[in-house]
Design a protein around this ligand. Structure first.
Ligand SMILES: [Zn+2]
Length: 376
């Protein structure tokens, strides 16, 4: 089966994060079992009651211990939703040397390349354990990979985490954190503001201070990133009930992307300090901070053998990504993790996402060489 045929079959299975991924997992399980892999499912029900499954497929060698994986190839099975008007979202379509379809780029291309690579080598020559890892719910917060890391199904030395990087090895990534902040005030008729306290004015004071925190964060630089520091964003704000009512409540979101070496709660603590300070100035200042998400940053050493190998194979220097990936979960399992795959992240998540056919084929060749290099 060609890599394009495999990709067409993967794209034809609707696996948006809102659905169960059981169908695509069954497909991948059958492909791996046919090659003699030992497969294990890690199922659970998500918050909507849909069954979500992580799958670990191991090619265990007699010389190696089953629990120690030399190389893991990791791909997430879910995709972002697609516009119903995109009638060919689930039908892989070729045009101008590109393959179009939902997930064609993010990240079914990498999965198709992994399956094609393992089918093209003589698995009897493996001296070290190879793992294929297929996860659920990456697109909604790397939830599957986090669960898998908690289950500790194996220890790994090296992991290639599939994501569209245009075949550039990415050895570090920023963390992703989110907090929902609620500031309380006291409603009053706006003709008599002294009888209330405006939650919106209070939130504005806090947001001004958060902007100063963002400026201070620029002094901690990590030269491998663009921009080279932790960034903050207040992306949503909502408050008040009417133009002539002093606002009783104001909520906003605070998102921050941390550079490696900075704990995910570092920014949270800086913001809490500003809240404490505002409370000293105004004992009536009431504010709740709900830390909704903390995804750690990651960094694999520039001199890791995996980084070197992928730099040489791809003929590209290693780089960094500013989006969330499953790499931290693989690092939690002991691996040097590198994010790598065909396709461009800038076309992922768009109607008409695609993977260039030449990159898809080169990815097959690089993954095949990676397996031979690490496991033979
Ligand atoms: Zn992805």
């Amino acid at each position: 089966m060609t890599v394009e045929q495999t990709l067409a079959e993967l794209v034809s299975i609707d696996s948006v994060s809102a659905l169960s991924n059981a169908e695509i997992i069954s497909y991948l399980e059958a492909r791996c079992e046919a090659l003699g892999f030992t497969v294990k499912r890690f199922p659970h029900l998500d918050e909507t009651g849909a069954e979500k499954i992580n799958l670990v497929a191991l090619q265990i060698t007699s010389q190696a211990e089953a629990a120690t994986v030399e190389l893991a190839l990791v791909g997430h099975t879910d995709t972002v939703p697609y516009d119903p008007a995109w009638s060919e979202a689930l039908k892989l379509t070729e045009s101008d040397g590109k393959l179009y379809g939902r997930g064609a780029c993010d990240t079914k291309a990498f999965i198709a390349a992994s399956l094609t690579a393992i089918e093209s080598i003589d698995l009897k020559k493996l001296k070290q354990t190879l793992a294929l890892v297929f996860t659920a719910d990456e697109e909604i917060g790397c939830l599957g990979a986090k669960r898998l890391a908690d289950a500790r199904p194996f220890n790994a030395r090296y992991a290639i985490v599939g994501e569209p990087t245009s075949l550039q090895p990415m050895r570090a990534g920023k963390g992703y954190c989110l907090a929902e902040i609620t500031v309380r005030g006291r409603e009053a008729h706006s003709a008599y503001p002294q009888l209330g306290a405006s939650a919106i004015f209070r939130a504005a004071r806090l947001i001004n201070r958060i902007e100063e925190v963002a400026k201070d964060l620029k002094s901690h630089a990590h030269a491998s990133f663009d921009p080279p520091f932790t960034t903050l964003n207040v992306g949503l704000i909502e408050g008040g009930t009417a133009k002539n009512i002093v606002a009783g409540e104001c909520c906003f979101t605070l998102e921050w992307r941390t550079i490696p070496g900075q704990e995910s709660d570092y920014v949270l603590n800086l913001v809490k300090r500003e809240v404490d300070d505002l409370q000293k100035l105004d004992p009536d200042f009431v504010c709740w901070i709900h830390a909704a998400r903390t995804d750690e940053s990651f960094e694999t050493r520039a001199d890791s053998p995996l980084v070197h190998f992928l730099e040489e194979s791809s003929n590209k220097p290693s780089g960094t990504v500013a989006f969330g990936t499953e790499a931290p979960s693989m690092i939690a399992l002991g691996a040097d993790a590198v994010v790598f795959g065909p396709g461009d992240i800038r076309v992922a998540h768009r109607t008409g996402e695609f993977v260039p056919i030449d990159e898809l084929n080169r990815c097959v060749a690089i993954l095949r060489r990676s397996i031979e290099h690490h496991c033979f």
